[in-house]
Design a protein around this ligand. Structure first.
Ligand code: FES
Ligand code: FES
Length: 159
C-alpha cells in the first residue's frame, strides 16, 4: 500500500499526523485517534504492552515518534479482528488461558501476528523468543505459547 509522505496508514485508513516532535506513536494512536487497545505500561520500551506493527515489524510505540510513522503502515490490535469477530489466534489465546487481566494481550497479539506472518509454524522455542520483549505478570507464558501451537494450521487444513 502506498502511503502519502505526510500521512500514516493506520489499520488501512490514511490519517494525517498532526503531532509535535515529542509526541510518541502511542500517544498519537490513543489520544488523537482514540485507539485505546494499545496499552501504556512502562513508557520506556521495556514491557511490550504498547507493541504495534510498523511496516509489518513489531515495535514499542511508547518510544517511537509519531512523526517517524509518516509514509508508513501501522497496525494495531483494532485491526486484527475481522468485522468484530475475534481472529483465530485471539480465540486460541482465550481458550488456552493466555488472557487473564488482559493488559499485556494486545502487545502479545501484535508480536505473534508478525511472527506467524514470517513463519506460519514456529516451534515453542521460537514463540518464546519472539515474545521475549513482552512482559506478562499473570499467565506464566506457557499458556500463550500453547495458544500459538493450538492455532497452527493442521496438515490439509488452514488457520
Ligand atoms: S509501554 Fe512501551 S514498552 Fe512498555
Ligand atoms: S494477562 Fe495480565 S499482564 Fe498478561
Amino acid at each position: 500500500m502506498t502511503v502519502a509522505e505526510d500521512s500514516v496508514s493506520v489499520n488501512g485508513r490514511s490519517v494525517t499526523v498532526k503531532s509535535s516532535a515529542g509526541t510518541t506513536l502511542l500517544e498519537f494512536l490513543r489520544e488523537s485517534l482514540g485507539l485505546l487497545g494499545t496499552k501504556e505500561g512502562c513508557s520506556e520500551g521495556e514491557c511490550g504492552a504498547c507493541t504495534v506493527l510498523v511496516d509489518g515489524q513489531p515495535l514499542h510505540s511508547c518510544i517511537y515518534p509519531a512523526l517517524a510513522a509518516q509514509g508508513r503502515t501501522v497496525e494495531t490490535i483494532e485491526g486484527i479482528s475481522k468485522g468484530g469477530d475475534l481472529s483465530s489466534l485471539q480465540a486460541a489465546l482465550i481458550a488456552a488461558g493466555g488472557v487473564q487481566c488482559g493488559f499485556c494481550t494486545p502487545g502479545f497479539l501484535m508480536t505473534l501476528t508478525a511472527l506467524l506472518r514470517d513463519d506460519p509454524s514456529p516451534d515453542p522455542d521460537q514463540v518464546a523468543r519472539a515474545v521475549a520483549g513482552n512482559i506478562c505478570r499473570c499467565t506464566g507464558y506457557a499458556q500463550i505459547v500453547e495458544a500459538v501451537a493450538a492455532d497452527l494450521p493442521r496438515p490439509g487444513g488452514t488457520r
